[in-house]
Design a protein around this ligand. Sequence first.
Ligand SMILES: O=C([O-])C(=O)C[C@H](O)[C@@H](O)C(=O)[O-]
Ligand SMILES: [Mg+2]
Length: 431
Amino acid sequence: MTDLTITDVRLTPILVADPPLLNTQGLHQPYTPRLIVEVVTADGVAGVGETYGDAKYLELARPFAERLIGRQVADLNGLFTLADEVAVDDSRVQNQVDVGGLRGVQTADKLRLSVVSGFEVACLDALGKALGQPVHALLGGKLRDSVEYSAYLFYKYADHPAGIASEKDDWGAALDPAGVVEQARLFNERYGFESFKLKGGCFAPDEEIAAVRALAEAFPGRPLRLDPNGAWSVETSLKVADELRDVLEYLEDPALGTPAMAEVAARAGVPLATNMCVTTFAEIKEAFTTGAVQVVLSDHHYWGGLRNTQQLAAICRTFGVGISMHSNTHLGISLAAMTHVASTVPNLHHACDSHYPWQSEDVLTERLTFEGGRVAVSDAPGLGVELDRDKVELLHQRWLDDAFAGLRDRDDAAAMRVLDPEWVTPAVPRW
Ligand SMILES: O=C([O-])C(=O)C[C@H](O)[C@@H](O)C(=O)[O-]
Ligand SMILES: [Mg+2]
């Protein structure tokens, strides 16, 4: 009989290289924190998970990990009750937003769920390995053999600011329509992506409209999305919708907050997607009953894991709201987890987001690959990925070395201040 008792939990904070990508808050720093979670059973089976690595997540993950020892790896529901026992320092959530608000509201519950998700995935991986079953089978079985992702286009500089330690990337700059189209071509060439999302809210809306128009010309008929992370007023959102209605699959978080989104949705004539105004179960009712969103972009990290993602998908199905997936900077562990759960969701009709192509570094022995913009659903036991200890150690050492350099907490405004000392997180609506 397999012993599924958890006997060891390892938490490894790391810093991963990130290119100089722009968003409405500022600029990505050259390295970004992630937390690698490993749970080990009495039989020596190890499962891996990954979540946000900023200090407030680590502070919660540590006491949570201690409480896991002696519990069963299959006790997934118990993870949530256990999380409730871990106190959240109020100053970490009161009047705070995460990454300048890119991940929506910040609450103690959401912070806990973001931590639980890393452990839930690690437990599912260990359970799958112990039982010889892929994670998708533990979630009820895959409905498709591969999952489609979209190209996640960013305005970007060619390099991080001079004199700042960073890794070089080979994507070049993208600061105007021609640069955005060139980046899209590279994404298409390298990974076969068929749909394209542009991270907007960086330049005046007319410039971003021109970039999407240029994409539509270069890739006729392909699904296109524009996401300014709530940077626009209702009026500006409606103007952009008016100009791009014929080419957009959806407009993502044009304005901030459910009431503003509902106003835009009522008149835009284009579906609205969100990963900002519906990020918790508590936010669903208002958004769905006011028709504020037509597509929810789930993120298993902040929704609390893969099974919560399935529950969210079922609620969306009930209300006739679409579902797809949001992505922050993440590594192959999370891409594998996203792919497993996405393969089990019946109503997944949009290509999911993934930052993975931007991450030149990973902690796996083998990187996951996109073929025709799709990731194959693994049938190997667990997630189907293997941790490379040397790589984990290298990236962990970078985190250790950073004690005073300010990279352990993601701060896009701080990165922008290196270029523009006057930069502050822009007030919203920005346009
Ligand atoms: O709304 C979104 O899709 C995101 O917030 C994804 C990421 O946070 C992205 O904007 C970023 O990393 O700059
Ligand atoms: Mg978004």
